[in-house]
Design a protein around this ligand. Structure first.
Ligand code: ZN
Ligand code: ZN
Length: 295
């Protein structure tokens, strides 16, 4: 199984010289294994994914799309996803909240007032699905969902295939789940213990892709906005014993240099707490082989 990042930015696209290295497009991640394809979120990175898929699958394409939630940075790429304009495409769109809600919002953002081409003009076969609690079988991908702390709600997904696991958990304010919310301020370096139900969802993941938008100092002025301190994400990864952590949903204000400083701080923190996982910044265009790492 391979994971490829097409959009790694949070909140709004942030193209420009300062973000060239890690990318400016919003959330979109591709998981694939041969011809089987699962797409996580439909942010602006989805446009380039669509161009690539049209090239890779000229005859027919059958893909699953999971939407974490319908904030703009997670759905805005959909109308620019070339395969939905081709009859040889089947796209299975899964939502987790109220049945039909994701579909209605994808359709709504293509109304005449916001977009020139109506949803009904799409020539792909679009199939609406709803994830349930427990294991959902999506082709060869086994998917579980978990509700997250985010304004309006969001969902994390644990995807398993062939004995490997990827957890995609963006737009999640982990800090709101801390039993002692004052701990990070009183003792910033101390390990932030999260409830076991939260940790279990991430347990032993081969790849954890997580919202790590804020540094500790940024978080203080953005509390309640629905995103985590990167330091708390590291603590969760340590407690869950994941193999690899990809820091994701980069703040649009953070340029490449700022991201590298955040990465450095995260690595130091993991080491201080005995974590042995690999930590990297999710980077647009980069493919990661999901594999069990010997540690
Ligand atoms: Zn977001
Ligand atoms: Zn959001």
């Amino acid at each position: 199984m391979l994971a490829r990042f097409w959009g790694t930015r949070g909140s709004i696209p942030a193209p420009g010289q300062g973000t060239r290295r890690f990318g400016g497009n919003t959330s979109c991640v591709e998981l694939h294994d041969g011809d089987e394809l699962l797409i996580l979120d439909a942010g602006t990175g989805m446009r380039e994914l669509g161009i690539d898929l049209a090239r890779r699958f000229p005859e027919s394409l059958d893909a699953h799309l999971l939407i974490s939630h319908t904030h703009w940075d997670h759905i805005q790429g959909f109308p620019f996803f070339a395969p939905v304009y081709r009859p040889q495409t089947t796209l299975r769109i899964w939502d987790s909240a109220r049945p039909g809600r994701v579909h209605a919002l994808l359709r709504g953002q293509m109304s005449g007032e916001t977009f020139p081409v109506p949803f009904d003009a799409l020539s792909a076969r679009i199939v609406e699905g709803h994830l349930e609690d427990g294991v959902n079988d999506l082709g060869g991908f086994r998917v579980r969902r978990a509700a997250q702390q985010h304004p309006g709600g969001s969902w994390g997904f644990r995807v398993e295939r062939g004995g490997l696991s990827v957890v995609y958990a963006t737009d999640s304010e982990l800090d709101k789940l801390l039993p002692d919310p004052s701990l990070p301020t009183r003792h910033p370096s101390r390990l932030r213990v999260l409830p076991s139900a939260v940790v279990d969802f991430f347990r032993g993941a081969d790849l954890m892709i997580a919202d790590a938008q804020y540094t500790d100092s940024e978080y203080t002025s953005h509390e309640g906005w629905g995103h985590a301190r990167a330091s708390t994400v590291v603590d969760l990864a340590v407690q869950a014993g994941v193999s690899r952590l990809s820091l994701f949903h980069h703040d649009p204000q953070q340029d490449d240099e700022a991201l590298l400083r955040k990465l450095d701080a995260c690595r130091q923190r993991a080491t201080a707490h005995g974590g042995t996982m690999e930590i990297a910044l999710a980077r647009e265009g980069v493919e990661v082989k999901v594999a069990t790492l010997l540690r």
